[in-house]
Design a protein around this ligand. Structure first.
Ligand code: PMP
Length: 393
């Protein structure tokens, strides 16, 4: 046999045509991508440094300033999922030895703390039980005790279904000379958030939830105060790929006369993101917030009338985008989610991190947030409770 011939044959599986099912994406993400946004992503690939691409990126930036309600010049989208924006926020603002305070009331706080630890920060946490949240007094006590440079909070804790109040926290952080970092991956666009007015210094989200774009781009914005910290650090951030000075240049957010190649931007993902922001701009933020609120209230009332219990007790702290239902007594939650997938072609999910086994999670985000979809989920749940095994104990 010829020594130079390939020893690994082409795989049989690749001879079959790609098949992807249509599915109701009612888990905590990704959500369904409507045809208009899918088609935008099917436009031709052009260069990541072509003037038309820079114009699309400039449009995205304006759309994000609207979505975030911010005038921050340093507003862009990281090439990657929500986790890449989390690391971009933390890796750029935090230097080894800096103090970081993390609000932990679910898995996202746990992960933010993990990321900060990895770069040698001194991490402290302020903890609320799953389903709960922190008071401003809890937060102020921790800020004054630990004197961190950065405070992390998840606005929408998608693992527990909690919408964390934001008012007054920005002011508290600034009183203690601390930057306020907010994760809005599961919340923004579906519930009010005002980056500038609420004193948020770094805010990020993902493309695949309320925006209904495919996963793969992660919007982020930095205030002047945050930029001051980032650009006056003593050493370089640990990640070249997430280095804000490079990203700022690629996104035209700096004063340099020319843009320099950093990485190959996922141009088709930019098209989809731009289209998703155009859809949101057409509807208007307030209308989107109201639509999510109405659908969530209708959903929550329907669940309670079926005898199911909501995991988050206080109404005002329930995320309108991701609902957590107390795992029905006597059932195996995995059987419920697989039954609904099999029978109704519909994704809902179990818990994550501290909420595993405790909850079922249903996400109705962006275009998915409608009365008709609520009725569909309620019918699927009713059917599952009738047909899944129920233990007598
Ligand atoms: N934060 C929150 C609140 C989320 O819900 C998610 C996604 N479930 C993320 C961060 C991480 O986003 P991604 O999966 O896109 O990396």
């Amino acid at each position: 046999k010829n020594m130079s011939s390939v020893s690994i044959p082409p795989p049989e599986c690749l001879k079959k045509r790609l098949v992807v099912p249509q599915r109701h994406m009612f888990g905590p993400g990704p959500s369904n991508v409507p045809p208009r946004i899918l088609q935008a992503g099917a436009q031709p690939v052009i260069g990541h440094m072509h003037p038309e691409t820079f114009e699309i990126m400039a449009d995205i930036k304006r759309g994000l300033q609207y979505l975030f309600q911010t005038q921050n010049r340093m507003t862009l989208a990281v090439s990657g999922t929500g986790h890449s924006a989390m690391e971009c926020a933390i890796f750029n603002t935090v230097e080894p030895g800096d103090g970081v305070l993390v609000a932990v009331n679910g898995v996202w706080g746990e992960r933010a703390a993990d990321m900060a630890e990895r770069i040698g920060a001194r991490v402290n946490t302020v903890v609320a039980p799953p389903g709960g949240y922190l008071t401003n007094a809890d937060i102020e006590k921790a800020l004054s005790r630990h004197k961190p440079v950065l405070f992390f909070l998840a606005h929408g804790e998608s693992s527990t279904g909690v919408l964390h109040p934001l008012d007054g926290i920005g002011e508290l952080c600034h009183k203690y000379n601390c930057l306020f970092l907010v994760d809005s991956v599961a919340s923004i666009g579906g519930t009010p958030l005002y980056m500038d007015q609420q004193g948020i210094d770094i805010l990020y989200t993902g493309s695949q939830k309320v925006l209904n774009a495919p996963p793969g781009t992660a919007p982020i914005s930095f205030s002047e105060r945050a930029c001051y910290k980032v650009f006056n650090r003593t050493g370089k951030p640990v990640s070249f790929f997430l280095d804000l000075s490079w990203l700022a240049n690629y996104w035209g957010c700096d004063d340099k006369p020319a843009r320099v190649y950093h990485h190959t931007g996922p141009v088709t993902a930019f098209y989809s993101l731009r289209e998703s922001l155009a859809v949101l701009a057409e509807e208007g933020l307030e209308n989107s917030w109201e639509r999510h609120k109405k659908a969530a209230e209708y959903f929550h009332a329907g669940l309670e009338s079926m005898g199911l219990k909501l995991f988050v007790k206080e109404k005002h702290a329930r995320l309108p985008t991701v609902t957590t239902i107390v795992a029905p007594h006597g059932y195996d939650w995995k059987e419920i989610t697989s039954y609904i997938m099999k029978t109704h072609n519909l994704e809902i999910s179990g818990g994550l991190g501290p909420s595993v086994g405790l909850v079922l999670r249903v996400g109705l985000m962006g275009c998915n947030s409608s009365k008709a979809n609520v009725d569909m989920v309620l019918a699927a749940l009713r059917d599952a409770l009738k047909h899944c095994h129920r233990s007598k104990v």
